[in-house]
Design a protein around this ligand. Structure first.
Ligand SMILES: Nc1ncnc2c1ncn2[C@@H]1O[C@H](COP(=O)(O)OP(=O)(O)OP(=O)(O)O)[C@@H](O)[C@H]1O
Ligand SMILES: Nc1nc2c(c(=O)[nH]1)N=C(CO)CN2
Length: 175
């Protein structure tokens, strides 16, 4: 499989964990997509539009035969299949799939910008991404992703989420 991509997943409606897992299932059901790695699941304070429920976020790494635009279409189709409706900008969603990186490419088309233009300012993306990938570097980016993360405020809004004996358990990052 030729291409390596990182995808951010987020959900803040319904059974959030099931939406994450089902999205991964949908994606990896495509013959040209294989799951390579996945981060922990994090519960995160909403960013942007704050009057909404907490999110679960995670990042996965895939290898794929598809082009970046084909992968975008697969992500958008998966969002629709999992009941995503576009209402409020940055508002509640059953599932959101963002392509963070595609190989080490800079892609700028009408429909797709990679690396994702807002990822560096989002702790809910950078913390799970750096959990599984420390050496990401995109030519033309000024700094490593790690130094972006070091400079980010509000990291306390992101906690590792686990389910133990049917109950939600939270761990601060770095513990
Ligand atoms: N890297 C990318 N990953 C996913 N979608 C992208 C990307 N770059 C551009 N897009 C475009 O963005 C649209 C999706 O916007 P969407 O409504 O999901 O934004 P959002 O998730 O609410 O906000 P944000 O983009 O800030 O995360 C898609 O239709 C797609 O064409
Ligand atoms: N914590 C958190 N906040 C968000 C998220 C998200 O996935 N997690 N997605 C948004 C729209 O892209 C807006 N705000």
């Amino acid at each position: 499989m030729g291409n390596s991509a990182f995808i951010a997943l987020g959900s803040n409606m319904g059974i959030r964990y099931d939406y994450l897992i089902n999205a991964i299932r949908h994606l990896t059901n495509y013959p040209g997509i294989q799951l390579v790695n996945y981060s922990s699941v994090y519960e995160t304070d909403p960013v942007g539009y704050e009057e909404q429920d907490l999110f679960l976020n995670m990042v996965i790494e895939i290898s794929t035969e598809y082009s970046a635009l084909e992968l975008l279409d697969i992500c958008l189709k998966t969002e629709l299949e999992l009941g995503r409706k576009r209402e409020i900008k940055w508002g509640p969603r059953t599932i959101d799939l963002d392509i963070l990186t595609f190989n080490q490419e800079n892609i700028e088309t009408e429909r797709l910008t990679v690396p994702h233009p807002r990822m560096q300012e989002r702790a809910f993306v950078m913390i799970p991404l750096l959990e599984i990938r420390h050496d990401v570097f995109i030519p033309e980016m000024e700094k490593t992703f790690e130094s972006y993360l070091n400079e980010l405020p509000n990291k306390e809004g992101v906690r590792i989420w686990k389910r133990k004996n049917g109950e939600d358990v939270f761990e601060p990052i770095g513990s």
